[in-house]
Design a protein around this ligand. Structure first.
Ligand SMILES: [Zn+2]
Length: 777
């Protein structure tokens, strides 16, 4: 009986007055071929390889329950421990909904049972796998949460009183439990979520609105989304009230006034807040929630996204419509696109317009599909768009990250947006993916046959008993600029596109009626918003990329470019016979010819997505620039006394590097070190006592705000360098002439680079001591 009630409320939560178009359940849409089906099979197999005891290990440790299982690697051994379990529950729920394969139910049930034991053992409703650097410490964790409950808050972007984005992790767990409740009808799952929700109410009940805002300065994922869903399932208004409190004024208030304040913000911290607003709008119809979500979507999709539908560089958003100088190996965090697609589905359900699904399709092929290695099923964190960059994939057990977790979800729900419906009267066909729809409610099934994008033909066959009247709405993709010719049962039939971008076939369908059409797909280019001469090549919705040959001997890497006096792409790129979606260039690409194929298929090669277009004259000038740079580097090398790569272990050890408060990262295959607030690092370089010397530092032009640094040698201040006007998102050298007195009669010197007071320092990638030209002997 209890079970029946729970399910009835689950169903009730889904129907909302605001929803025009409803998605189908995953089990109602079966993929029948193509790369998305393959992607699903890889992730489905991977989910079965994961051990539920290992996923539960941290939760048990914090509940005082003994376990011999070891956490998984990556972020699961650090402060974000536990987030993967939430993703895993959601992925198992999706896989079970899709296939009804009971192995996923067994996995999820085992986890829910384990979480229940943890919750019972702790008594306060709290379940958490948080791990400190030195290991699990439930007492210390309790102490910290008590501080939080008293409003003693220390909050940074990802840090709350020494915990790494705790509400972000809690959100993943809530979402997983709610999905398990829905898919497996697991009543324990909702009971655990309720008790956990009550803990959240309790721990935050004394916080003032100001203290709330301080706490929300730390990433909190989609807590508002899950709590709103918990309310809709339980009808307990306290959860709705708490959901509303997860409202970060700093970001959401300007957005609600149509102000794009996203520049410099961590992208994936913001998107889930907006998804939560979308969910809240569906519950209580507050118009400003809807308009904020619609405004945000438009800004991110049309002003902050790259051609593949992804956004962010190094996880952060930049100024709107400025993407030209934000191309690196760290573009497009995959979670961001996972979340943008989720948001798109909300918007589409309120207002089913083709433009929303144009974005969906773009991101779906060129980012989501591209983010999974079809051989191993493993996924990328970033989708790199920098020239000559290459994807990095996670591995099965040792480097869990947010994108590894959302990756499990991405590839267990590929059928979720191909079709939407309104009651039994209207059916939207959004995507061209081979599939079978079982529209139970209407007594209709649809078989979609296509090999798109390899081929352009699509057919839809309707099975509906004797006959059935409904409006079949077929999306006209924005990348088609001509009329589509339709045939119904072999005879031509006309249809016009309506204001929402759909062809409407509103008729009484007979069993086995068949619509056939071809998608007139063409090559085209899309330019950067801030540089008409930097373009990506597309075939229909499919972004094409070229393999960039490895040229290890090149002193200066040369980016291939298009040298063309006009923009007629079909004159430059020719299809390769017998190889669908593959194209080659004639002499138009310099310095070598290129082969283009779909970016989503390019998994292990260095690739290029955006290319510069030059005229012949510009190309000649570029050639001489290249020679000049080549000569400059040759000259530097000939004068070098000592050189070290910064951010790599061995060279740093060889040069006795010491540091405090540093961040070490990598971009475009090169490492760098950044002294954070009040941070510094120092190291030795060999010196030549008989020569005047110059220090050459190679910087990465980080675009996260300005930075200035104090450069000193053996305690002597050499210069305060300000980086606010220096190049962004590329490597560049600065030379410092060293006064004789600091190098005189020395075999080695110690260089110190410190962030100026109150600032984050620059990112330094290399250091070189060279003889001064004039003093060369
Ligand atoms: Zn991520």
């Amino acid at each position: 009986m209890l079970l029946m009630i729970q399910i009835a409320t689950v169903m009730a939560s889904i129907s909302s007055a605001q929803i025009v178009a409803k998605p189908f359940e995953l089990g109602e849409v079966k993929l029948t071929g193509g790369p998305f089906l393959h992607a699903e099979s890889k992730t489905a197999a991977y989910l079965l390889e994961l051990d539920t005891d290992r996923l539960l290990a941290g939760f048990r440790a914090n509940a005082g329950i003994k376990s011999n299982a070891k956490n998984y690697g990556g972020w699961e051994t650090g402060g974000l421990s536990g987030h993967s379990l939430g993703h895993y529950l959601t992925a198992c729920a999706q896989e079970y909904s899709r296939t009804k394969d009971r192995r996923y139910k067994q996995k999820a049930d085992a986890i829910v049972k384990g979480l229940k034991e943890c919750q019972v053992a702790r008594k306060d409703g709290f379940i958490c796998a948080f791990r400190f650097d030195k290991g699990f410490d439930p007492e210390r964790l309790n102490k910290i949460w008590n501080e939080v409950s008293r409003g003693e808050l220390r909050s940074g972007g990802f840090d709350l009183n020494g915990m790494w984005s705790p509400w972000y992790v809690h959100h993943k767990l809530f979402a997983g439990l709610l999905d398990a409740h829905l898919a497996f009808e697991n009543v324990d799952a909702i009971e655990i979520a309720k008790k956990f929700g009550e803990w959240a109410i309790n721990i935050t009940k004394n916080l003032t609105p100001e203290q709330w805002q301080t706490m929300l300065g730390t990433e909190y994922g989609g807590m508002n989304d899950s709590l709103a869903e918990l309310y809709s399932r339980t009808k307990d208004p306290r959860f709705l009230e708490l959901a509303r409190k997860f409202y970060d004024n700093r970001v959401l208030a300007p957005l609600s006034k149509n102000e794009d304040n996203l520049s410099g913000k961590h992208s994936n911290t913001q998107i889930p807040k907006i998804i939560g607003l979308a969910k809240l709008y569906e519950l209580d119809s507050k118009q400003s929630d809807r308009s904020t979500a619609e405004f945000f979507w438009d800004r991110v999709v049309n002003h902050h996204s790259y051609v593949v539908g992804g956004n962010s560089n190094g996880e952060y958003l930049g100024p709107p419509d400025k993407l030209n100088d934000r191309l690196t190996s760290n573009t497009c965090e995959t979670c961001n696109t996972y979340n943008m697609l989720k948001l798109t589905r909300h918007l589409f359900s309120w207002n089913p317009k083709a433009s929303l699904m144009d974005y969906y399709e773009r991101a779906y092929y060129n980012h989501i599909l591209a983010s999974q290695d079809p051989d191993t099923g493993m996924v990328t964190y970033f989708l790199p768009l920098g020239m000559g960059s290459k994807r990095n994939y996670s591995n099965k057990f040792d480097d869990f990250t947010c994108c590894h977790g959302s990756g499990m979800e991405n590839h267990t729900k590929h059928g979720d947006s191909i079709y939407f419906h309104q009651g039994t009267e209207r059916l939207w066909v959004n995507l061209f993916v081979p599939s079978e729809l079982n529209w139970k409610e209407a007594g209709v099934s649809i078989v979609q046959k296509t090999a798109f994008p390899l081929e352009n033909r699509v057919s839809l066959t309707v099975s509906c008993g004797k006959s059935k009247k409904f409006d079949l709405r077929l999306r006209k993709p924005a990348w088609i600029d001509e009329q589509i010719k339709f045939k119904l049962n072999g005879k031509q039939i006309d249809s016009k596109v309506d204001q929402d971008g759909y062809f409407s076939f509103n008729r009484t369908w007979k069993d086995q009626d068949r619509i056939e059409f071809e998608l007139p797909t063409k090559l085209r280019i899309e330019a950067m918003p801030d540089n008409a001469n930097r373009v990506a090549v597309l075939y229909g919705p499919i972004v094409l990329a070229a393999v960039i040959p490895q040229d290890e001997s090149a002193i200066v890497p040369r980016s291939p470019v298009f040298v063309a006096e006009n923009r007629e792409i079909t004159k430059w790129l020719k299809p390769i016979a017998g190889k669908p979606l593959q194209f080659e260039t004639n002499e138009v690409t310099k310095p070598y010819p290129l082969r283009f194929s779909p970016f989503f298929q390019m998994h292990h090669e260095k690739h290029g997505v955006y290319f510069d277009i030059f005229t012949s004259a510009e190309w000649s000038a570029k050639e001489s620039e290249y020679r000049t740079e080549e000569n400059r580097i040759r000259d530097l090398e000939s004068r070098t006394i000592d050189f070290m790569v910064i951010g790599e272990m061995q060279p740093e050890r060889d040069h006795n590097l010491a540091s405090e408060k540093n961040d070490v990262r990598e971009v475009n295959g090169r490492s760098f070190r950044t002294p954070m607030n009040n941070g510094w690092f120092e190291f030795d370089l060999k010196c030549d006592p008989s020569n005047a010397t110059e220090l050459v530092l190679t910087y990465w032009g980080n675009d996260l705000g300005s930075a200035s640094a104090e450069i000193s040698v053996d305690g002597v201040h050499i210069e305060t360098t300000n980086f606010s006007t220096k190049p962004k998102n590329r490597f560049f050298d600065l030379n410092y002439v060293l006064p004789k007195e600091v190098t005189n009669a020395k075999e080695k010197i110690r260089i110190r680079i410190a962030a100026s007071k109150g600032q984050r320092g620059p990112s330094v990638s290399g250091a070189r001591l060279v003889k001064q030209k004039a003093s060369m002997n």
